[in-house]
Design a protein around this ligand. Structure first.
Ligand code: SAH
Ligand code: SF4
Length: 395
């Protein structure tokens, strides 16, 4: 399927206003969209900007969900808001906590679909791994999500909603009237778009959601604390630099087109050279320091010394960090994790060439929360091992 994978996805996202005249969800609206919605409800144009500011602060700074609690708005205005709008988040269906503190949330979105969200606490930071799609249209042969048929793109509200849910669970909203830093260092300090889905195939919603997350009057996470990971949707990379400006990670995983075609089939559409050309431009366009190259270590597939040397040659001139990810197994996976000595040797070659080459410690493995293990329980239309092997030529 990958060779004819569509360049863009015309997936429908659910409408903001329900056809039966249901309420519009304010969560996920950009400032401009919220202003338009308030004016459409009868707010005088002159007041609209101020009302957006007030609502924005309640919703995104203090995490308030009830119009009735928004005490700086007149009572009748609150009642009017209540009539037309709602402030709703996806629902947490279950929460698993790993022995290492990692939390995995199963989250239900409209239509009954489910996505997974993972919170990873570390000593100096707390990272939330969020999803951008239900499933993924791409079929990377080592990825569990890739075996799940895509159901749909998430809306901007469902994407920012994952961040808000996690802040609820971490009890991290400042009390109304107080500032963000008042509770000390943030528990949720970083976001990675490395959950389910290809974020650059749902560009507009991801952009709108990240703009909300970065807005200084609300959740206020800096663009340097957000990392978007792509499998290599080349035409969208420059757009991401210009319109989001976050950090970029790329699922690189191979050093020849032959191997990358099998592991990351989107490579058949945009090969290594085209991908690297786009990445070379990224730091300048986004004014960010370096690109993260993700490299999953697969035994006897992409883990030789020659691979390590080819890798450093390929990325020459690109400010980069190489994240080596020990392969996380999932039932039916057609690969094995490289031996530890092999991973260390690979890391050493990359390191000696002058690049940071951390080996990512698998987190939350006991709850299937590690990279590439995400796949919601209700959507287990799993391909068989034989089917995957046939598609990837690893039989
Ligand atoms: N679709 C995007 C973002 C989600 S995947 C992308 O592909 O970049 C997040 C990261 O986990 C990617 O680097 C992906 O290649 C990696 N990954 C997927 N399956 C994995 C597995 N089984 N073990 C280790 N890493 C995996
Ligand atoms: Fe999709 Fe990323 Fe998994 Fe590839 S690695 S199938 S792009 S989620």
């Amino acid at each position: 399927m990958a060779a004819d994978a569509p360049i863009t996805q015309d997936l429908v996202t659910i409408p903001r206003k329900l056809p039966d005249g249901g309420k519009v969800n304010l969560v996920g609206l950009t400032r401009t969209a919220m202003r338009d919605a308030l004016i459409a409800m009868g707010t005088p144009e002159k007041q609209a900007k101020m009302r957006v500011n007030q609502l924005w602060q309640w919703i995104y700074h203090w995490g308030v969900r009830e119009f009735s609690a928004m005490t700086n708005l007149a009572k009748d205005y609150r009642a009017k808001l209540e009539e037309h709008f709602e402030i709703t988040l996806p629902e947490i269906v279950s929460k698993n906590v790993s022995t290492d503190g990692t939390r995995k949330y199963l989250v239900r979105i409209a239509g009954g679909h489910e996505v997974e969200v993972v919170y990873i606490p570390e000593t100096d930071r707390g990272t939330l791994c969020i999803s951008s799609q239900v499933g993924c249209t791409l079929t990377c042969s080592f990825c569990h999500t890739g075996t799940q048929k895509l159901v749909r793109n998430l809306t901007a509200g469902e994407i920012v909603g994952q961040v808000m849910l996690a802040r609820d669970d971490l009890d991290e909203w400042p009390a109304p009237g107080t500032g963000t830093g008042d509770k000390g260092p943030r528990l949720l300090s970083n976001i990675v778009l490395m959950g389910m889905g290809e974020p650059l195939y749902n560009f507009d919603n991801v952009r709108d959601a990240m703009k909300i997350v970065m807005d200084g009057e609300g959740i206020a996470l800096s663009r340097r604390r957000i990392t978007l990971s792509t499998s290599g949707v080349v035409p969208e990379i420059a757009k991401c630099a210009e319109e989001i400006g976050c950090l970029m990670a790329v699922s690189f995983h191979a050093t020849t087109d032959e191997v990358r075609n099998k592991l990351v089939p989107i490579n058949k559409r945009w090969n290594i050279e085209e991908l690297l050309n786009a990445l070379r431009e990224y730091p300048r366009l986004s004014n960010s320091e370096r690109i993260t190259f993700e490299y999953v270590m697969l035994k006897d597939v992409n883990d030789t010394d020659a691979d390590a040397r080819r890798l450093v040659n390929l990325i020459k001139g690109i400010p980069a960090k190489i994240n080596l990810i020990p392969f996380n197994e999932w039932p039916g996976a057609p690969y094995e994790r490289s031996d530890w000595e092999r991973i260390e040797r690979f890391a050493d070659i990359v390191h000696k060439a002058g690049y940071a080459s951390p080996i990512r410690t698998p987190r939350g493995e006991d709850i299937m929360a590690a990279c590439g293990q995400l796949k919601s329980a209700t959507e287990r239309a799993r391909k068989s091992r034989a089917q995957i092997a046939a598609e990837t030529g690893t039989a």
